[in-house]
Write a protein that binds this ligand. Structure first.
Ligand SMILES: [Zn+2]
Length: 67
């Protein structure tokens, strides 16, 4: 899969996601909490160690994303 940085269009370093970001409880880009409504599903990814990530972000944090 594409790196997170490619998905979000930001310089998001692998391995620097918080636990909340990794499970979609917080925005993968800015790190603040996502709400159930209005969050963009960035799809399922795996980090370099093969750990499954479930990434979500605020629509305003992912230019061009379809909410
Ligand atoms: Zn955000």
């Amino acid at each position: 899969m594409d790196p997170v940085s490619t998905i979000t269009g930001t310089a998001l370093a692998d391995g620097e996601l918080t636990e909340e970001q990794r499970r979609g409880a917080a925005c993968a880009v800015c790190g603040t909490r996502t709400s159930t409504s209005g969050a963009v599903d960035l799809g399922r990814h795996h980090d370099p160690d093969g750990v499954r990530l479930f990434l979500r972000a605020h629509p305003e944090c992912v230019p061009g994303a379809v909410a």
